[in-house]
Design a protein around this ligand. Structure first.
Ligand code: EPU
Length: 426
């Protein structure tokens, strides 16, 4: 098992380039099923969740060509059986997107219940509601969700809660449905807009993505295109926070600053200097940061996917910060690990109270999920002494070359596996 060993206490300095957005890329890779011709996807992050989605396509019969490490050609015309392999589906949350894309193309789908980060209960009732409204029937048997429809007919879908995955799956089915679908209370995250741009470039007719009402007129044919995925706002935010947390001075490049406004705003409130350029953000911090309270919300609010990293930064801020994360019921599992660094945090339900301490000291900790893992790496960079972050496979699911990128910023972080250690001891 690989781990990161970090000798902390060094400010991050320099430039880092952000990779393609995980949560856009997983949807767009799955969307290739809807294309009637091959597609070339550019700026695809080289991360584990993408490997899983591409493997699902390959196992179902798609032909895949890796053009370079961030460019993939996908031809899904060879898929004839719309069944997603069990173990692959359980390896990531985005496997649920194959429900919508397979249903859109084949009018049927068999997809095991998705896996992904353990953030508490993650139902798919809203996805199923959308499919049912468009004319599909579903059964769940032995952990496999099966969908069937005679035809899909455009209709009005009102989501009871704002759901990113539900909105994306409804878009997939509606793109190939007959007539007009109106999705209300839709999610507005950047990946929804990126997906709509991708589908529209293939010939889909989607309006309103990025607002809470999306209108989709179904089409019969979607042509192949070459499409570049947006930069990852959460990866960008993670480096911005890491810069501020280590009293660093970092230019985060290849970003869309508009996608980062809620993070920029909170970093400024905490006392960091943040400067925006066209495709770059400069974050600098000196001295002690200030307490900052926030709540996570659907976009354009503060993203739940940045909560663990930002909360970690606040562990050494001056004063008491209150952080509420209502999006998932269990997004504070990393707090137990943070306490090992000497952080003073109490959690009551979905609220954490962080009493700033003067410094963190290195510890051996376990990543409990993707963003928790990133947060523990930040804690290690902030802390004096040595930190070991175990179970880093969680981090590899969503961050491309995080250790290399941090080393280029001056961090002392090494990837070690037990085999290397055993060899040294031996
Ligand atoms: N929900 C339901 N019913 C549903 C769907 C969702 O009750 O049918 C609830 C969820 O339990 C949650 C809330 O609605 O309480 C929001 O969930 P959402 O559907 O928006 O999340 P998701 O699609 O499962 C995506 C990202 C997550 C990110 C959330 C929120 C992907 C693959 N995952 O998940 O990303 O936290 O949106 O923005 O896009 C991550 O990247 O670390 C990550 C967890």
């Amino acid at each position: 098992m690989e781990k990161f060993v970090i000798h902390g206490g060094k400010p991050l300095k320099g430039e880092v380039a952000v990779s393609g957005a995980k949560n856009a890329a997983v949807a767009i890779v799955a969307a290739a099923i809807l294309a009637d011709e091959p597609c070339v996807l550019e700026n695809v992050p080289e991360i584990q969740d993408i490997n899983v989605c591409v493997k699902i396509l390959y196992e179902m019969g798609a032909s895949i060509k890796i053009i370079d490490k961030n460019t993939i050609r996908i031809d899904t015309r060879g898929i004839s059986d719309p069944v997603v392999p069990y173990e692959l589906a359980r390896a990531c949350r985005a496997s649920s997107y194959f429900l919508g894309t397979l249903l859109g193309r084949f009018l049927k789908a068999d997809v095991p219940m998705p896996g992904g980060c353990d953030l508490g209960d993650r139902p798919i009732d809203q996805h199923l509601k959308a499919f049912n409204i468009l004319g599909a029937r579903h059964t769940i048997d032995g952990g496999v969700v099966s969908l069937k429809a005679d035809k899909l007919i455009g209709s009005q879908i009102y989501f009871d809660i704002v759901t990113v995955g539900g909105t994306i799956n409804a878009m997939f089915a509606a793109v190939k449905a007959e007539g007009l679908t109106v999705i209300e209370n839709a999610a507005k995250e950047p990946q929804i807009v990126d997906l709509a741009n991708f589908l529209n470039s293939m010939g889909a007719d989607i309006m309103g993505a990025g607002t809470d009402v999306i209108k989709i007129r179904g089409v019969k044919y979607l042509r192949g295109v070459t499409y570049g995925i947006i930069p990852d706002p959460i990866e960008a935010g993670t480096y911005m926070v890491a810069a501020a947390a280590t009293k660093g001075d970092v230019y985060v490049k290849n970003v869309i600053p508009k996608h980062l406004e809620s993070i920029t705003d909170k970093l400024r409130k905490a006392g960091a200097f943040v400067e925006e350029f066209d495709e770059c953000i400069h974050v600098k911090s000196e001295g002690r940061l200030m307490k900052t309270s926030f709540k996570t919300l659907p976009h354009p609010g503060f993203p739940t996917d940045m909560q663990p990293q930002f909360s970690t930064m606040l562990t050494t801020a001056d004063g008491t910060s209150v952080v509420t994360d209502n999006i998932f019921d269990n997004r504070f599992r990393y707090v137990n690990e943070l306490r090992r660094f000497g952080a003073d945090i109490t959690v009551e339900g979905t609220t954490a109270v962080i009493q700033g301490v003067s410094e963190l000291s290195g510890a051996t900790v376990k990543a409990t999920d993707l963003r928790a893992g990133a947060a523990l790496v930040i804690a290690g960079l902030m802390a004096s002494g040595t930190t070991v972050v175990e179970e880093i496979y969680h981090i590899e699911r969503g961050y491309e070359n995080i250790d290399e990128k941090l080393r280029a910023l001056g961090a002392d972080i090494t990837r070690v596996n037990d085999f290397d250690k055993a060899r040294r001891v031996g």
